[in-house]
Design a protein around this ligand. Structure first.
Ligand code: NAX
Length: 332
């Protein structure tokens, strides 16, 4: 069997991590033959809860899990890690402005970027889940200059999974029969869920999603809105934000990064923008990517209509504004 790899999950005492740690430790991300040493980072007030999580992980009796390292020290948490799930962030509290949240979280991701730079493996794959995820990922990468920028990503896979589920339900097919739904831009309400290149298998044939759902208007209206507002709908119903589905999406994201995408299929990831599709350069923008040998490549040559272009411009502008605000906080 392979040597164990070290994987860190931050926010390890939180609700997403509660599902995520189990999925990782079962081998659903790095494979059923890959032993793991899990590093769990949280903040000092959460040490007691973290101890409970460690007990439960032991009680799961998972053969791949060789060691668990709970800590509040980033130097320990990021030491020699091959993969990092950066979930921990300050939650939005009542009365808090978006700006206050951004400023609190940007500081966390600056410090974690510096710790990654100092202690992690240089080929570490970093997935930022904590919000504002795209901008936190930009900041984290900026403060880890010894690690390639391509190794930092932000999670829009939950949005992709939500969008794919909407198409499957509308076309009345199993979810595995829908592929290549795209999320463009920011993991925020300006994101653009795009099914115009998606394909649905109906019987033995592949059809464009628009044909399979039989409703072009749906794809430009309620489909887009439902996906954009799904997070809020879950909060309204559950009184807590998405956790199980967020954990599953984080696993899907890292799994595909680690193992590659199937031929003819692409997935959406927030990655450093090279200006493809007129997105602003040097922000972490969600693009469709294909992955081979642990390297992602933005899918090129997809046609965009005016509707798509206008939506993508809005989310790109927001990302640029967020990045500028974040860098101002970092430099203050
Ligand atoms: P919780 O509040 O349950 O857990 C967050 C945990 O992070 C807490 O245990 C907290 O103590 C810890 N934490 C805070 N500061 C830390 C630091 N400096 N270092 C290490 N740990 C720290 O939140 P949860 O529901 O787990 O959500 C976590 C983050 O994911 C939030 O920012 C949330 O907005 C974000 N989400 C992102 C999604 C995405 O698609 N990108 C979807 C789900 C989720 O909303």
């Amino acid at each position: 069997m392979a040597e164990p790899i070290r994987v860190v999950v931050t926010g390890a005492a939180g609700q997403i991590a509660y599902s995520l740690l189990y999925m990782i430790a079962r081998g659903e991300v790095f494979g059923k033959d890959q032993p793991l040493i899990l590093h769990l980072l949280d903040i000092p007030p959460m040490v007691g809860v973290l101890e409970g999580v460690v007990m439960e992980l032991a009680d799961c009796a998972l053969p791949l899990l060789r060691e668990v390292v709970p800590t509040t020290d980033p130097a320990v948490a990021f030491k020699d890690v091959s993969a990092a799930f950066l979930v921990g962030a300050m939650p939005r509290k009542e009365g808090m402005e978006r700006k206050d949240l951004l400023s609190a979280n940007v500081k966390i991701f600056k410090a974690q970027g510096q710790a990654l730079d100092k202690y992690a493996r240089k080929d570490v794959k970093v997935l930022v889940v904590g919000n504002p995820a795209n901008t936190n990922a930009v900041v984290c990468s900026f403060y880890a200059p010894s690690i390639p920028r391509e190794n930092f990503s932000a999670m829009t896979r939950l949005d992709q999974n939500r969008a794919t589920a909407q198409i499957a339900a509308k076309a009345k097919v199993p979810i595995s029969d829908v592929k290549n739904v795209i999320i463009w831009g920011n993991h925020s309400s300006t994101q653009f869920p795009d099914a115009s290149h998606a394909v649905v298998t109906v019987g033995n044939t592949e059809k464009p999603a628009v044909e399979a759902v039989g409703d072009a208007e749906f794809l430009k209206s309620s489909f887009v809105e439902t996906v954009q507002k799904r997070g809020a709908a879950v909060i309204a119903a559950r009184k807590m934000s998405s956790a199980m589905s967020a954990a599953k999406a984080a696993c899907d994201h890292m799994h595909d990064w680690w193992n590659g995408t199937a031929p003819g299929q692409y997935v959406s990831m927030g990655v450093i923008s090279d200006g493809s599709y007129d997105a602003p350069k040097d922000v972490i923008y969600s693009f469709p990517v294909e992955i081979k040998n642990k390297q992602w490549k933005i899918v090129q040559g997809l046609s965009l209509d005016d509707f798509a272009k206008s939506k993508m411009a809005v989310t790109g502008k927001e990302l640029l504004e967020e990045k500028n605000e974040a860098m101002a906080v970092c430099n203050a």
